[in-house]
Design a protein around this ligand. Structure first.
Ligand SMILES: Cc1cc2nc3c(=O)[nH]c(=O)nc-3n(C[C@H](O)[C@H](O)[C@H](O)COP(=O)(O)OP(=O)(O)OC[C@H]3O[C@@H](n4cnc5c(N)ncnc54)[C@H](O)[C@@H]3O)c2cc1C
Length: 478
């Protein structure tokens, strides 16, 4: 099938393989695939292909390999670091979007597993699991549009890492199309399998640089049906951290969410997203959403929540608190949390960072990063929102659109301020990318923060699995 395929003849050959309807080449048809969610990154693509089977993905890979045209695998294009769109320069790739591969192939409630194709939307997966009384726990603001393949390739985190771990910890097996078109069927649904190197972990978090994930076997958990949720204003991040420890001691793994945001971040949500309201009566500097959940014993959950919050209020650790009275109120409070990215996109230019530090260092990180940023731009607004329970803080210096446009060199300013924040994380033994991945934003940072040995190992893996640089060339390892 690959006779004499060249860059010039690739599009008709792809049309032969997939059907003309599954190959988009006209500019108006592909603009949604070549520009990122926030409109900050855009590049050129030779075309966009939409295969509907694993065999078709393999056909595309063989054709592109023969023509020497790189492939950019793409999911829901919700990457927050420019990972899912082509570079502004360099040869235009074929974008291989998995949206048409969205079958649920198997659900096994007794085994606690399901096998889904890579293009399944995360929310669909959650709902399908819930339909058989099981939980797929990965949850994040983009869950209505990001795909399972994208969440695997970025090892996405979100709001339930505290209890269930990140995506990597919720995967049992993968199906991947390799650089020569071979289909690797690793769709095992076992909890235990010690037969050599666990290959799936190479592809999870590899951001599409080693192969194309076409399906995954996911781990399911018992579905919590009882929830108890509160929104409270801690005195400061150190108080929030103390309260986190108390909840962990009081209810162990029933603690399923502990999310922090500062006042500036809450104000952005209230001002920019319709139908969001301040959960508390007054303005407070810090806010925390805490959720407990279990498969039974709603009264027990409520009792732990009330008692732990009550003690903290008495000791002056909490300024105010409200407990959700029903599921609607609970959903409303989660909506406030999940509206953060949408609000920040509308509100201003936010220099999003994605650091993680040891949980015990979160207050120190916030304090030191604030001082570092204000040493460069005194008084600059900073939105802070974080998954405090797992040490991941999005520390976001924010410029109004006008102030940003007026800067003589906004690119350098962005680099300087992000470096201030990331350097603090590095000093505290943290990372510059906890859950969003590296993408285009983080690429220069790999050189700065990863050791030579680590980069050399990554290059060795890349050379072994993708010797001709077919998948996302130039990404992940500088
Ligand atoms: C409103 C909002 C909230 C968000 N909240 C969070 C959050 O809380 N936590 C978090 O971790 N992230 C969050 N994100 C970031 C983003 O949603 C996640 O990174 C998500 O995992 C990306 O999935 P996607 O399908 O959109 O992948 P894309 O953005 O399309 O792709 C991401 C990367 O994966 C690669 N890729 C995609 N599919 C495949 C595949 N099948 N095989 C191989 N490589 C592939 C791409 O090449 C790219 O490098 C948020 C984004 C938005 C817009």
């Amino acid at each position: 099938m690959n006779d004499a395929v060249t860059r010039e003849t690739l599009i008709p050959r792809l049309q032969d393989a997939l059907g003309a309807h599954a190959v988009l080449g006209d500019a108006p048809d592909i603009v949604g695939y070549t520009e990122d969610w926030r409109g900050r990154y855009r590049g050129e693509a030779l075309c966009v292909v939409l295969p509907s089977t694993t065999i078709q993905v393999s056909d595309v890979v063989r054709l592109c390999a023969a023509a020497g045209v790189p492939i950019l695998p793409q999911g829901g294009n919700t990457s927050l670091c420019g990972g899912a769109v082509p570079p502004a320069d360099g040869p235009a790739p074929v974008i291989l979007n998995l949206a048409r591969m969205r079958q649920v192939r198997q659900v096994d409630a007794a085994n606690g597993s399901m096998i889904v194709e890579a293009g399944c939307i995360l929310k669909t997966v959650q709902e399908t699991a819930a339909g058989v009384g099981r939980l797929y726990p990965v949850s994040l603001g983009a869950e209505g549009s990001c795909q399972i393949g994208g969440t695997l390739s970025t090892n996405a985190g979100g709001t339930s890492v505290l209890r269930y771990g990140n995506t990597r910890e919720n995967v049992l097996g993968l199906e991947v199309v390799l650089a020569d078109g071979t289909i690797w069927d690793g769709l095992r649904v076992l909890r235990k399998d010690n037969t050599g190197i666990d290959l799936k972990h190479l592809f999870i978090g590899a951001e599409g640089t080693l192969g194309i994930i076409t399906a995954a076997a996911l781990k399911l958990h018992p579905l919590p049906t009882q929830h108890s949720l509160a929104w409270f204003a801690p005195r400061d991040p150190a108080a929030a951290q103390q309260i986190l420890g108390r909840f962990q001691n009081a209810c162990g793994s029933r603690l399923s969410g502990f999310e922090i945001m500062n006042r500036h971040q809450l104000d952005r949500v209230l001002a920019n997203v319709p139908n969001r309201r301040n959960p508390l009566a007054d303005a407070h500097a810090w806010h925390v959403l805490v959720e407990l959940s279990d498969t039974r014993d709603a009264d027990g959950l409520e009792a732990v929540l009330t008692q732990t919050l009550g003690e903290a209020i008495e000791q002056g650790l909490i300024e105010d608190a409200v407990i959700a009275a029903n599921d609607t109120q609970r959903a409303d409070l989660w909506e406030v949390r999940h509206s953060v990215s949408e609000a920040n996109k509308k509100a201003a230019v936010g220099l999003t960072t994605d650091c993680a530090v040891p949980v015990s260092s979160v207050p120190e990180f916030i304090d030191a990063a604030t001082r570092a940023v204000h040493a460069v731009v005194p008084g600059l607004d900073i939105a802070i929102v974080g998954h405090m329970g797992d040490g991941n803080v999005h520390f976001i210096p924010m410029f109004s659109f006008a102030a940003w446009a007026a800067l003589p060199d906004s690119g350098s300013m962005g680099d300087i301020l992000r470096a201030c924040v990331n350097d603090v994380a590095a000093r505290l033994s943290g990372t510059f990318s906890a859950e969003h991945g590296v993408g285009q934003t983080g690429l220069p940072l790999m050189q700065r923060y990863k050791s030579r040995a680590e980069l050399a190992l990554m290059r060795t893996v890349k050379a072994a699995l993708d010797p001709n640089q077919l998948f996302n060339p130039g990404r992940l390892v500088p």
